[in-house]
Structure formats: structure tokens, C-alpha cells
Design a binder for this molecule. Structure first.
Ligand SMILES: [Zn+2]
Length: 213
């Protein structure tokens, strides 16, 4: 049983769920030609557990876990953090912006994997907006610092208060006892990724993961 995953970029095409078309189906199949489960993401902490390939497609939530081989599970992002959870015999994907982080979506996804009997042993953080590009309100920063510590406080390249979202994800993983590998890509700086904040892009990259049957 082998877990596989892909963090996509512009070259893979827009994977936003809004355009539910044949073109989108083709882009998904080019990445992994298996039934996909994606979510209507709402920046909350709901986790969907998939037990049949393609189950719960289009449901509301911000994380998916599965121990079912052949089920492709995906989240879409364009600055928010895509987080992959690896477990022995299971996998999880998480869409974590600051609201989701504050709502505990990282911890909720890990708990869902534990409920499946497959606690995560590693997390991977894909392309997301980085502190130097992520100006942030001080009230919300205080809220996140209360939960995840002062490491979430940073400064933009132009000297304004900033959120270090990656540091928040890292603190959440540390709290779970799970090692985090960070790809250290900034969506605002990268020409290969969409950024809602930096360029008002409507396109979305995806994180898709599946277990090879
Ligand atoms: Zn940047």
C-alpha cells in the first residue's frame, strides 16, 4: 500500500472547483485517473472521512482523510496552506488559511486519522503565502499568537505586521508530535502558482493524494 500525492501549479491548469467542466475533469485525470473527492471549502474545521472512491465530492469541509485505496482526495488553495498528512495505511489533505488554523483544522484532521486507526507520522506543507508577503491585522495576529505562540508574528518585506502561516502550521504539528516538512514556496512570489492576495488570481492549485491499490 503506497501513498502518493501531488502539489500542483499553474502548469497543471486551474483546479478550482467552481468550473465543474470536462476540462477540469481532464486536468484531474491527468494528475490521477481515479475518482476525486474535493470539497466546498469554508475556512472551518470540518473533516470528511472518505470510505469509497469519489465519496462526498462537493461536500462542505476543509480536510479529507481516507484509508481507502483508489480514492483521490484533494484540496484547492491560492495562498492558504495545503497540508498533507502521511500515516501508515492512510492519508489526509488539509486546506488551512488563518481562519482554519485558528479553528483547529490541522488538529481535527490528525484526530480523524487517529480515529481511523492510522495516526499521522509526518506532515508536508506545500506552496502558501509567506510572512514577507502576508500583511495581517494585529487583532487576528494576537488571536493566533495566543494559540500557537509568538512565532506566528512576523513582518512583511515592506515593514507591516505579518502572519507567518507556515510557523502556525509548524506549531500545530509540533503540538501533535508530527514532523513537518516545509517546501518553503511562497505563492505570492512564485510565477508557477496562483495567489489571491498578490495578483487577485481566481485559479487554484491543488494538493491531491491517494493510496495506490
Ligand atoms: Zn512571497
Amino acid at each position: 500500500m503506497q501513498v502518493r500525492h501531488a502539489f500542483t501549479g499553474r502548469r497543471n491548469g486551474d483546479l478550482a472547483i467552481a468550473g465543474e467542466t470536462g476540462l477540469l475533469a481532464g486536468r484531474r485525470a491527468a494528475l490521477v485517473d481515479r475518482p476525486w473527492t474535493w470539497l466546498r471549502q469554508v475556512h472551518g474545521n470540518s473533516v470528511i472521512t472518505v470510505t469509497e472512491p469519489g465519496e462526498a465530492a462537493g461536500f462542505e469541509g476543509d480536510a479529507i482523510v481516507t484509508a481507502t485505496a483508489g480514492a483521490a482526495i484533494a484540496v484547492q488553495t491560492a495562498d492558504c496552506a495545503p497540508v498533507l498528512f502521511l500515516a501508515n495505511g492512510a492519508v489526509g489533505v488539509v486546506h488551512a488559511g488563518w481562519r482554519g488554523l485558528a479553528a483547529g483544522v490541522i488538529e481535527a484532521a490528525a484526530a480523524a486519522l487517529v480515529d481511523l486507526g492510522h495516526p499521522p507520522y509526518q506532515a508536508v506543507l506545500g506552496p502558501c503565502i509567506r510572512a514577507r508577503c502576508y500583511e495581517f491585522g494585529s487583532d487576528e495576529l494576537d488571536q493566533l499568537a495566543d494559540r500557537y505562540g509568538s512565532a506566528v508574528r512576523s513582518t512583511t518585506a515592506w515593514g507591516s505586521p505579518a502572519l507567518d502561516l507556515a510557523a502556525g502550521v509548524g506549531a500545530a504539528c509540533t503540538g501533535l508530535g508530527v514532523q513537518l516538512l516545509d517546501q518553503s514556496v511562497c505563492t505570492a512570489c512564485s510565477s508557477n502558482h496562483w495567489s489571491h492576495r498578490a495578483r487577485a488570481d481566481s485559479g487554484r492549485q491543488a494538493l491531491v493524494a491517494w493510496i495506490e491499490p
